[in-house]
Design a protein around this ligand. Structure first.
Ligand SMILES: [Zn+2]
Length: 419
């Protein structure tokens, strides 16, 4: 079915096409451009008299969507205490239903902030995938893997089974990858086993690398490359303590780095050498990490921080300019997952689009779009979000789900979790 949006302003590279149109057919942008005479088959978006700007849906390259119930848990604690004494004991109490409900809540927040795709690492994939299927986002879902428990082996087997069952389902919206947590929770032998499986399946690997100072001398990226970890499409979250040699390995093996500025600052892990990675040509994308280390799922905030903290860190006002942060949140995220048809608004791309209210006073008058979006924009400027041409957020509502029922069920379980 053809859908048509008229009188829409469209972000094209770094400028705005005024009063343009977007035509969508079978979830794909079949035509886009300056004003057209084609007077709508189906009007997909009632602009309600507003000046609306269409931008590419944002890509959250690192998160743990099942953690919505842990928002605020362990705030202001040191990293190790936060992870091992607060987060992990709470996670042990989460069941299938709570992971499902948490993934729903996380998707509400992401969709509300213009995010259309997320790269996840968590457990109980059946529940996460059910939530993604119903809500309508695009997701790369990786099972968190660690080999220091009696469950060893089963987790990887479960990840493989989930890949076989779900990869490419929901009209291609759902992809399954592998999520070895980190070299400090996975032995080299275990990492090699995962890497071999992922390479055989041509699946994504999603891992935390050198997030904290303690890890800085525990391993080198070259050692990880030598066991084959980077032989498949890989997203390495954080890389705060990546040294020059590590950065060379990232470049050589085309490993993407998911930069999570809020999380790195909040857990006091430090500031990743992103300007250096950018200069070296490493593909850097942006993530929120979870709501227990951020504590929000809003890439507008991460774009702003990325552009600010690296200027402060390098004492160079030209470091990570607005356009670089914007690409990190959009097209670089598409590169990171190896998906060529998202991250841009062009003919032939999937219709994953965020719509901004240009008259929101913080954006107004929106003459320098990229700069205004990065330095003045907020998630609350988003009035609608679509994936594959279907709205997942629309003027304060979530068309595909029952928001109130999900919140109610979530709260009933949430209260028990903290008893
Ligand atoms: Zn993480």
């Amino acid at each position: 079915m053809k859908k048509f949006i008229d009188n829409i302003h469209i972000l094209k590279d770094e400028t705005i096409i005024e009063n343009g149109f977007i035509e969508i057919e079978d979830g794909i942008i079949s035509n886009i451009g300056e004003s057209s005479n084609n007077k709508a088959n189906t009007l997909a978006l009632d602009l309600k008299g507003k000046r609306i700007l269409a931008i590419p849906g944002m890509i959250n390259s690192h998160t743990h969507s099942g953690m919505a119930a842990l928002k605020g848990a362990g705030d202001d604690l040191p990293f190790e205490q936060w992870l091992f004494q607060t987060i992990i004991p709470l996670e042990e109490q989460l069941d299938d239903e709570m992971i499902y409900l948490s993934t729903m809540i996380s998707q509400m927040e992401m969709a509300r902030n213009g995010i259309t795709t997320f790269v996840d690492m968590y457990m109980m994939l059946d529940s996460i995938i059910k939530a993604v299927d119903e809500f309508g986002m695009r997701a790369y879902i990786c099972r968190g893997l660690q080999d220091d428990s009696l469950e060893d082996g089963q987790r990887l087997q479960k990840n493989i089974k989930a890949y076989e069952k779900y990869h490419g389902t929901a009209n291609g919206r759902i992809s399954v990858g592998f999520g070895p947590h980190s070299p400090y929770l996975c032995s080299k032998e275990y990492l090699k086993k995962i890497a071999d499986v992922a390479q055989e399946l041509n699946a994504l690997i999603h891992i935390h690398l050198k997030e904290s100072q303690k890890e800085s001398h525990q391993y080198t990226f070259r050692e990880l490359a030598n066991i084959g970890l980077f032989n498949t499409q890989t997203i390495a979250a954080h890389c705060v303590y990546a040294d020059s040699d590590d950065i060379q390995v990232l470049k050589e093996f085309n490993v993407s780095v998911a930069h999570n500025p809020s999380s790195n600052l909040k857990l006091a892990n430090g500031i990743a050498p992103i300007e250096k990675m950018h200069q070296e040509g490493v593909n850097v994308c942006l993530g929120t990490d979870s709501v227990s280390s951020n504590n929000s799922l809003d890439l507008f905030k991460e774009m702003l921080l990325a552009s600010l903290i690296h200027k402060g860190e390098t004492k160079d006002p030209q470091a990570i300019p607005a356009i670089v942060s914007f690409k990190m949140a959009t097209s670089n995220g598409a590169n990171a997952v190896g998906q060529k048809n998202i991250g841009l608004l062009e003919k032939g791309m999937r219709a994953d689009i965020a719509f901004l209210d240009m008259d929101n006073i913080n954006l107004f008058p929106l003459i320098k779009p990229i700069s205004n979006i990065v330095y003045s924009g907020r998630g609350s400027d988003v009035i609608a979000t679509m994936v594959d041409g279907d709205f997942i957020y629309y003027f304060g509502t979530y068309p595909k789900i029952n928001e109130e029922a999900i919140k109610k069920q979530f709260m009933e379980k949430y209260v028990k979790l903290y008893k």
